[in-house]
Write a protein of this length. Structure first.
Length: 390
C-alpha cells in the first residue's frame, strides 16, 4: 500500500497501488459509496489488467462519526485527507444545533480547498427539462473559502449584532440600515489573493483541456468592491499570466443565469465566487438531468489536496431501500481517476454509464423519465455498469 506524494512542482506522484481515504456518508451514503467503490475497482482492474488498484481507507465524519467517536468531524479524518492528498466522500448530515455549521464547509476551510470544481455535461438517454441539453458542456470553478461561506455573521437581536451596527453607524457613518434593531448582519470577504488563485486554476484548466474561454461571473454592478474586485483581479490574471492563451470575458450573474438557458454553447469554463457558484452549478445540473448526476471536487492544486464528493444530500427518506442514485459519487470518482492520471479507467466508467443510459438502464429517479426506462436498484445499477465495462 502506498501514499501519493507531491513533487516540489506540486505534481502528484501516484503509485500503482494507491491509498485513498473515504467517508461512507450518512443516509444513502451507506448504499451509494459501496456501489461506487465496486464499479471503480472493477474498472481499474479491467483497464489495467490488475497492474493498478485502489486501497480504500475508511475515515469518519457526520452521524457515523458522532456515534463512534462523539464528534462529527474527528481530527484524524482531516489529517488523513491532508496526508493522503486525495480522498472521496459520500453525503454528510448537517449537525442540528450548535457546533459545526456545515461539515462540508469545515473540510473545505480546514484543508484550504479553494476550488470547488463542478463539470456539467449531458448523457444521451437522460431526460432534461430543456430542448437541447447536449449544448451544455461547462466546467464551473467556484471559489470555496471566501464570500458568505466564510461564515461571518451575527444573529438579529444579539449583542454582537448591536455592537456591529454601532461600529457601522459611529465609525463608518453608515446610514442605510433600515431596521437596525431587528437586522442580522453578515460580512462578505473577497480578497485579491483568493480571487487570483481561483481564476489562475480556471485558466490553467482551460488551457490543459483545450477550452480556452473563461467567463468571470459576478455581481460587480452592485457589489463594486467585493464582486467588482473579483472581476478586476480576475482580468488581471488573464492579462498578466494567460495573455494569448485564454480568451476571458465576464457576465453579470443574473444575466448569466438567463444566458446559460438560452445559449449554453457560448460558455466553456466559468470562474465565480462562492454563492454565485452554488446557484450556477445547480442550475446547470438541472439542465442535464439534475444534481443526482452532477459530480464535484474540492481542490487545492498547490498543496496537492483534493476531496471528491457526492453533490447531493443524504436523502434519509429512501435510505436503506436500494433506491438511491449513485451517479453523482460515481462521476466524482471518475474525476478522481482523472486527477490521478488514470484517464483510461475514468473513460471506461463514463462509457459504461453512457451505454446503460442509452439502453434505458438507470435507477428509478432517472428511469421513470426515460422513453425506454428500465428502473434498477442501486446495487443492480452498479452491476449493470460493471457488465457494460469494455
Amino acid at each position: 500500500m502506498s501514499k501519493i506524494t507531491l513533487t516540489s512542482e506540486s505534481v502528484l506522484h501516484v503509485p500503482d497501488t494507491v491509498d485513498v481515504p473515504f467517508i461512507t456518508g450518512d443516509g444513502i451514503g451507506a448504499e451509494i459509496t459501496p456501489a461506487m467503490m465496486k464499479v471503480i475497482d472493477a474498472a481499474v482492474s479491467k483497464t489495467y489488467g490488475g497492474q493498478r488498484s485502489i486501497h480504500w481507507l475508511e475515515v469518519f465524519a457526520g452521524g457515523r462519526a458522532f456515534e463512534k467517536f462523539g464528534t462529527y468531524l474527528p481530527e484524524d479524518t482531516v489529517k488523513a485527507f491532508a496526508d493522503y492528498h486525495v480522498g472521496i466522500k459520500g453525503p454528510l448530515m448537517t449537525p442540528v444545533g450548535g457546533g459545526i455549521r456545515s461539515l462540508n464547509v469545515a473540510l473545505r476551510q480546514g484543508l484550504d480547498l479553494y476550488v470547488c470544481l463542478r463539470p456539467i455535461r449531458w448523457f444521451k438517454g437522460i431526460d432534461s427539462p430543456v430542448k437541447h441539453p447536449e449544448r451544455v458542456n461547462m466546467v464551473v470553478f467556484r471559489e470555496n473559502t471566501e464570500d458568505i461561506y466564510a461564515g461571518i455573521e451575527w444573529e438579529a437581536g444579539s449583542e454582537e449584532a448591536r455592537r456591529f451596527f454601532d461600529f457601522l453607524k459611529q465609525e463608518m457613518h453608515v446610514t442605510k440600515v433600515r431596521f437596525p434593531n431587528s437586522s442580522a448582519f453578515g460580512v462578505k470577504p473577497v480578497s485579491e489573493e483568493g480571487t487570483k488563485r481561483l481564476v489562475s486554476a480556471a485558466c490553467r484548466y482551460a488551457v490543459a483541456q483545450n477550452m480556452p474561454h473563461v467567463t468571470l461571473v459576478h455581481k460587480g454592478n452592485i457589489m463594486k468592491f467585493t464582486e467588482g474586485g473579483f472581476k478586476k483581479w480576475g482580468y488581471e490574471v488573464g492579462e498578466d499570466a494567460f495573455a494569448g492563451k485564454v480568451r476571458m470575458d465576464d457576465c453579470i450573474a443574473d444575466a448569466f443565469l438567463q444566458n446559460a438557458l438560452l445559449k449554453p454553447e457560448a460558455y466553456d469554463v466559468i470562474a465565480t465566487l462562492n454563492l454565485n457558484g452554488d446557484y450556477v452549478s445547480d442550475m446547470l445540473a438541472a439542465q442535464v438531468g439534475g444534481i443526482g448526476i452532477a459530480p464535484g471536487a474540492n481542490i487545492n492544486y498547490e498543496a496537492g489536496r483534493a476531496i471528491f464528493e457526492a453533490t447531493h444530500g443524504t436523502a434519509p427518506d429512501i435510505a436503506g431501500e436500494n433506491k438511491a442514485n449513485p451517479c453523482s459519487i460515481l462521476l466524482s470518482a471518475v474525476m478522481m481517476l482523472q486527477h490521478l492520471g488514470w484517464n483510461e479507467a475514468a473513460d471506461a466508467v463514463t462509457q459504461a454509464m453512457e451505454r446503460c443510459f442509452e439502453e434505458g438502464y438507470a435507477t428509478a429517479d432517472l428511469a421513470k423519465f426515460m422513453e425506454n426506462g428500465k428502473p434498477l436498484g442501486t446495487k443492480e445499477f452498479a452491476d449493470a455498469l460493471i457488465a457494460s465495462l469494455l
